[in-house]
Design a protein around this ligand. Structure first.
Ligand SMILES: *Cc1c(COP(=O)(O)O)cnc(C)c1O
Length: 420
């Protein structure tokens, strides 16, 4: 390779990997095209025009761009309505606003996908005992554990929901930083069918982080009532500088808007300060960028399988999110892998990621990210706790060529370790 020094064996293995995943890449290409075309229709239906890119200040009254952006995402997600705002500070914030928007004291939220993602736990009151958590407001949390193989225990979930009739059924689509598999639309539908049969009054809420535009079927068309996610993952297209979204049934989205701003003002206010243009550009690019990240994940899975590592998902598996796990087996290879990913970045490529202590984690963690947007994980990035099974979670890639380079450089460094 002309510009980077990569071992001949990695280049050969990469060519083989490309051949192995050719069908999968074509399949992803087709999903990209589907969502891209749908997105353009969404823009047209929302009447997006150049004047919508203007900045609003103060209360942000009559910010037609902000309103149109909501309509764009609503169409893209098959939602009745959406709330898309740069002032959601993270995905966790959007999810938390959705929880507090819908739940009231003495209600119960019942999670059917085991323990939720790390950062949600403190909002629920499962960790840290912070003031203002759901628990602090006397809202209970219960869950159905996953089966020992990490899949949803549908039978137990059915019994639990039938017995408890919770106000909200909570589903987490992505594996997050656990070893369990990500849910595809089929499992999400199965949960919704069960919930609607045995606990028809429950609101079905989905943590959709990392799942947007991965499959053609939208969660909101198969029974989910409300979902939320982060704009510095898939749906911001690598361009939204910050933010999150909530989408779903109109009355539920409205309740969330009353929680985000104030009861009474809801969606009507909120200055956009000039971010509208980037938000629209992010939405426009999101279907394509998500596909590029998916292609990068599939390629990584195929390449590391050829190099003798266990990967999950496999390159040929159906996917419900953009996350790829590779079991590297020891600490040295984790550090090398992350160093390789970093060395392929356009930004901060000269940095060597090092393991360090992180609040909330028991073991040290190493992270690789050379990103235009701080913390953005739709850009090629990798994280790994330094503990058994020494797995690295990688995701993102704004375009497949750059993503593939990062993976090849990571493989190159891991190969060099194996020879020593
Ligand atoms: C990323 C993520 C979130 C939200 O994380 P933020 O860092 O707050 O944006 C929530 N749930 C899952 C499964 C995630 O992957």
């Amino acid at each position: 390779m002309k510009f980077f020094d990569i071992d001949e064996r990695i280049i050969e293995a990469s060519e083989k990997a490309m051949a192995l995943c050719a069908d999968k890449l074509r399949e992803i290409d087709e999903i990209q095209e589907y969502h891209q075309i749908k997105m353009i229709k969404a823009f047209q239906r929302a009447g997006v025009r150049e004047s919508y890119f203007c900045a609003s200040t103060g209360y942000g009254y009559d910010d037609f761009g902000r309103d149109a952006l909501d309509r764009v995402y609503a169409f893209a997600f098959d939602a009745e309505d959406a709330l898309v705002r740069h002032n959601f500070v993270s995905g966790t914030h959007a999810l938390t606003v959705a929880l507090f928007g819908v739940l009231r004291p003495n209600d119960t939220v019942h999670c059917v996908t085991g323990m939720p993602y790390d950062t949600i736990r403190s909002a629920i009151g499962l960790e840290g005992n912070y003031p203002g958590s759901l628990r602090d407001f006397n809202i209970s949390f219960e869950m159905t554990e996953l089966k020992s193989d990490g899949t949803v225990d549908f039978e137990q979930a059915e019994r639990d929901l039938a017995e408890k009739q919770p106000k909200m059924v909570y589903i987490q689509r992505s594996r997050g930083y656990s070893l369990r598999a990500t849910l595809t639309w089929r499992e999400i539908k199965k949960i919704c069918d069960i919930a609607k049969r045995v606990s028809p009054k429950s609101v079905i809420m989905l943590d959709n982080c990392y799942g947007e535009f991965v499959e053609k079927v939208e969660p909101l068309t198969i029974g989910v009532d409300l979902m939320a996610g982060s704009l510095i993952k898939n749906p911001g297209g690598g361009i939204a500088p910050t933010g999150g979204y909530i989408a779903g049934k109109k009355e539920l989205v409205e309740m969330c808007a009353y929680r985000l701003t104030t009861p009474g003002t809801g969606k009507e206010i909120g200055a956009t300060l000039g971010v509208n243009r980037e938000m629209f550009m992010g939405a426009y690019h999101a279907p394509h960028v998500t596909g590029e990240a998916l292609k990068t994940a599939v390629f990584a899975s195929a390449l590391f399988e050829l190099l003798g590592f266990e990967t999950t998902p496999k390159y040929s598996d159906s996917r419900g999110d953009i996350i790829q796990l590779i079991m590297l087996g020891d600490e040295k290879k984790l550090i090398s892998f992350c160093g390789g990913i970093q060395s392929g970045s356009a930004v901060d490529s000269f940095v060597q990621p090092m393991p360090s202590d992180m609040p909330g984690y028991e073991s040290q963690v190493i992270m690789a990210a050379g990103a235009f947007t701080l913390g953005s994980s739709i850009e090629l990035s990798a994280d790994a706790p330094l503990r058994e099974p020494y797995a690295v979670w990688m995701q993102g890639g704004l375009n497949f060529h750059g993503g593939k380079l990062g993976i090849m450089l990571a493989a190159d460094r891991v190969l060099k370790d194996m020879q020593m």
